[in-house]
Design a protein around this ligand. Structure first.
Ligand SMILES: [Zn+2]
Ligand SMILES: [Zn+2]
Length: 273
């Protein structure tokens, strides 16, 4: 299985998982043109994309959904509450024939993959994260959560790859220029995961199997890549986990070739891989 962070951050989110034949996107916060371009830059065939799993209705996760509905035939995985919220707030309708209804805690068989959505504490209609099992690999994309619940920690056990939110450094956020209400929202139990909370969760889900962690959804205003990396390294030291950072403006991919072994390849060095 291959994983790519096509874009990650408050300006737009889109992750991709592929077995080479079929590709699933997680979130639609990157323009369709950019999705295709970034997949091509990584050497992936955009024609293999078959579906988009949406986590929640915030604009950085669904900004391109309307265009994707109009210009592709991709299926859309979403909860019923999310589908209703999209219609109510944005007048974006997922047609019934394109919709694969998901429910938190209920695994779904999709093209031979097992997809398990699970609930997150976040201020949206019915926010979920996705755990995906394909070809013996287990991966999860977990962003936009206020704190690491026990349920989240349970669902992050025994993964090969975890893309995990490291949104902010609490001190940077507190001392930063955001309005007090926004600071309070981000810091709340339904806001975003701080570096410290990310590290706490990583500590709970470390396992011999976990070989790849991607820190995602970093705030450009309230975090620094070095701070996020340092927080994660403190708990991962000696574990053999390869740590990567997802970016807003450029894609990154991780190729999981043998269960338990991963390598990161960069577009410029490895475009033909
Ligand atoms: Zn977000
Ligand atoms: Zn959100």
């Amino acid at each position: 299985m291959h994983y790519a962070a096509l874009a990650s951050g408050s300006k737009g989110n889109c992750h991709a998982l592929s077995d080479g034949t079929r590709t699933l996107l997680v979130d639609a916060g990157l323009s369709l043109r950019q999705v295709r371009q970034r997949l091509e830059v990584l050497g992936w065939d955009p024609g293999t994309v078959q579906a988009v799993a949406i986590t929640h209705e915030h604009s950085d996760h669904i900004g391109a959904l309307g265009v994707m509905l109009r210009r592709t035939d991709w299926q859309i995985l979403a909860t019923a509450d999310l589908r209703a919220a999209l219609w109510a707030a944005q007048r974006v309708e997922i047609p019934r024939e394109r919709w694969i209804e998901v429910r938190a805690g209920r695994p779904l068989d999709w093209e031979g993959w097992r997809i398990l959505p699970f609930a997150l504490p976040h201020d949206a209609a019915d926010p979920v994260a996705y755990r995906v099992e394909a070809g013996g690999f287990q991966a999860a994309v977990v962003t936009d959560l206020g704190y690491p619940t026990a349920l989240v920690a349970d669902h992050c056990q025994d993964l090969d790859l975890l893309a995990l939110e490291a949104n902010h450094d609490v001190d940077m956020l507190r001392e930063g220029t955001y309005p007090p209400q926004l600071k309070a929202r981000i810091l709340s139990r339904v806001g975003h995961l701080s570096n410290a909370a990310m590290a706490e969760l990583l500590d709970r889900v470390r396992s011999p199997r976990l070989k790849t962690v991607i820190l995602a959804h970093l705030s450009e205003s309230n975090n620094l890549p070095e701070l996020a990396r340092f927080a994660a390294e403190e708990v991962l030291r000696g574990s053999g986990v390869a740590l990567h950072l997802a970016h807003q403006r450029e894609p990154r991919q991780i190729r999981l070739d043998i269960p338990g072994v991963s390598r990161e390849t960069f577009p410029t060095a490895d475009a033909s891989a």
